[in-house]
Ligand binder design. Structure first.
Ligand code: FES
Length: 181
């Protein structure tokens, strides 16, 4: 066999080897891509669902309006959020659940009698949600109220049971002294 024949054979022998090498590289590359996707899927699965929670939180917060739009001694019903915003005579605010603590009927505010009267079994509550007349066993539940820049926000995602009214449940605006004066 001549030198030139040997050279040709060498060239022929390198062809498949080179293709195998290329295929190996492609398989390795595909493997890396598949692994990266798997890691991405696993990461997404275990990642905290922060966005979803914050959206739910945002939906639970009702912007009730400015402090000045609620007169002392009045109760305003909010259909969205299903609560009453009570502004007490001293200018403080309470957000009250409209659900009777007896058996869960919706309790209307009867303005001319200045109290909540349950239509089901006649329980009565004052403007602070305190029981005036049973059978309701405890005061109306309250929601968290926040006043920022004179705007009242009620967090309907944070409902709190209470046995009765206490002054620390009232939320006052920043200009409380002006309201009282
Ligand atoms: S449900 Fe309100 S008094 Fe019974």
């Amino acid at each position: 066999m001549s030198d030139s024949d040997q050279g040709n054979n060498k060239h022929v022998e390198e062809g498949p080897s080179s293709r195998r090498s290329l295929l190996t590289k492609i398989w390795v590359l595909l493997g890396v891509i598949a692994l990266a996707e798997l890691i991405g899927v696993v990461f997404a699965f275990f990642k905290p669902r922060k966005q979803r929670v914050s959206t739910a939180d945002r939906d639970a917060i009702i912007v009730a309006g400015s402090v000045d739009s609620f007169l002392p001694g009045t109760v305003t019903a909010f259909v969205r959020g299903k609560f009453y915003l009570a502004r007490l005579a001293d200018g403080g605010f309470l957000a009250l659940s409209r659900t009777c603590t007896h058996l869960g009927c919706t309790v209307p505010w009867v303005a001319k009698e200045n109290k909540f009267i349950c239509p089901c079994h006649s329980s009565e509550f004052d403007i602070r949600g305190e029981v005036i007349s049973p059978p309701a066993p405890r005061a109306l539940d309250v929601y968290q109220v926040v006043i920022e820049n004179n705007i009242i926000k009620v967090d309907t995602g944070k409902r709190k049971k209470r046995s009765g009214f206490a002054t620390d449940q009232i939320v006052y605006p920043e200009n409380r002294l002006k309201v009282e004066g």
